[in-house]
Design a protein around this ligand. Structure first.
Ligand code: GLN
Length: 480
């Protein structure tokens, strides 16, 4: 009874249900905050009720958790860092403006790895987020709180994905997470970590809701000059709306689809993950897909190239936090003393490590050995992947090579290898999705599909096809 509102996707809720379920949604978010530390800022019931009553549009009644690196006017946006612990943006991110316009209410700002650097949710200045399926384990990151808020008893949330930050926590918590084609979603108002790699994107329980939320995220915006413009957007949005409205033939959607998987790379994953991964592919084969092993060993170069590029961009982006304009400051007698002390005290260990490494990898005399070489590797990987995706519609990989680790079990660079599969489409700009495919010893896991540019509808259709078959969207941690 208690979670009747999760029985069907939000897109099917009637006007009465949207009003009726508002407080149930809020109660769930409050629990996610208290038990699992999913929120840095949770707004008050009064604020939410007030905004709900003046809201109008297709998303009216949706309480939306927003990752804390996405700007919200007048609401703390800390990036889970002491450096921005007092920062309230004077403007909304483009995506927030769009979602408010169609009736959603921002319920709060979710916990994350500091400045989105990490994959466990543990580098937050506000303490780690916990995995609702086992509170001694991490929920993944960096969009830890957004994933947990949905997995606990939520419907949809916003995250950002630089190297897996939407897909990996979605996999670790048993929900859907989509990384858009680069340039499909405006980054205006997203606090930059590594801007050539990252996109804002949706997390959701149901595939139809994922399509609906993503439809709104792709509204064009002139303020982000890296936005792709062309007919692809319009065509894609029409398809998204059709999926949201359930105007697709689920039975036939995947017939004759050719899917590749690189078995030698899949070998790197834990055996229990490999088994589930191949079961999922087998299920797709029975639906009429062609599944073929491909050689994609070039992808092994992804992780190193990703980390060098991400760190170089981070070291430049984070130079703006100097204590002088906004954010955290330690007063001192000289300017440089103020800057130095504010940065030493305001940033956490992982963030400082990346600033130092990124500065080094791009410094004069070394840039050719590290940064520029990484850019060449990136181009080479992209060309090879384009070649594969010209012959196959999707490339399948596990979302993560491991199951969610225990809190405190992996620290710093040791954990970077968890990202081997997720960083690939960030380097190349392709869209990718993580879809739950069941459980291993009580913990959820995901399969990742990388698609052709602008084929987000195809990726969401895969989720639509697997939904209720390989995973049950109505299943929540801890039962009722
Ligand atoms: N784990 C990766 C990193 O730390 C990806 C994080 C992200 O996507 N924001 O860079």
């Amino acid at each position: 009874m208690m979670r009747m509102y999760l029985d069907k996707p939000f897109v099917e809720w009637t006007t009465e249900e949207r009003e009726k379920y508002l407080m149930e949604q809020y109660k769930a978010m409050l629990e996610a905050e208290k038990r699992l530390n999913a929120f840095i800022t949770l707004r008050s019931v009064e604020e939410i009720e007030k905004e709900f009553h003046v809201a109008s549009g297709p998303l009216k009644g949706l309480l939306l958790p927003v990752k804390d690196n996405i700007s919200t006017k007048g609401i703390l946006t800390t990036c889970a860092s002491k450096m921005l612990s007092n920062y309230k943006p004077p403007y909304n991110a483009h995506v927030v403006d769009v979602l408010l316009r169609v009736g959603a209410v921002v319920v709060g700002k979710t916990n994350m790895d500091e400045f989105a650097m990490g994959n466990t949710g543990e580098t937050s200045f506000y303490g780690p987020t916990r995995n609702p399926w086992d509170i001694d384990r991490v929920p993944g990151g960096s969009s830890s709180g957004s994933a947990v808020a949905v997995a606990w008893r939520g419907l949809m949330a916003l995250g950002s994905d630089t190297g897996g930050s939407i897909r990996q926590p979605a996999g670790y918590t048993g929900i859907l997470g989509l990384k858009p084609t680069y340039g499909m979603v405006s980054r205006y108002g997203l606090v930059s970590y590594a801007e050539s790699l990252e996109q804002i994107g949706p997390l959701a329980r149901y595939s139809r809701d994922l399509a609906m939320l993503y439809y709104y995220l792709t509204e064009p915006d002139e303020r982000d000059i890296t936005m792709a413009n062309g007919v692809e957007r319009k065509m894609m949005r029409e398809k998204l709306m059709r999926i949201a409205m359930d105007e697709v033939d689920r039975q036939r959607a995947m017939e004759d689809t050719i899917i590749a998987y690189p078995s030698r790379l899949v070998d790197e994953a834990d055996e229990s993950i490999q088994n589930k991964f191949y079961d999922a592919l087998e299920f797709l084969r029975e639906l009429g897909c062609y599944i073929e092993d491909v050689d994609a060993d070039f992808l092994r170069a992804s992780l190193a190239a990703y980390y060098i590029i991400a760190m170089v961009e981070a070291s430049s982006n984070l130079a703006r936090y100097d204590g002088s304009n906004y954010g955290y400051r330690i007063d001192a007698y000289t300017y440089w003393d103020m800057v130095g002390r504010s940065r030493i005290d305001g940033f956490g260990e992982e963030v400082k490590r990346r600033i130092i490494m990124g500065g080094f990898a791009s410094s004069k005399g070394y840039e050719g050995r590290y940064y520029i070489r990484s850019l060449k590797v990136r181009r080479w990987i992209k060309n090879n992947l384009l070649n594969i995706l010209s012959r196959y519609r999707f490339l399948a990989l596990p979302t993560s090579p491991v199951m969610p680790p225990k809190l405190g079990e992996v620290a710093g660079p040791e954990g970077y290898v968890q990202d081997i599969y997720t960083v690939i489409p960030n380097l190349t700009g392709h869209p990718a999705i993580s879809i739950p495919i069941g459980f291993v010893e009580g913990l959820p896991l995901g399969i990742q599909f990388i698609g052709r540019y602008y084929d987000e509808p195809g990726l969401i259709l895969l989720a639509r096809v697997l939904e209720g078959k390989l995973y049950d969207p109505n299943n929540v941690p801890g039962g009722d």
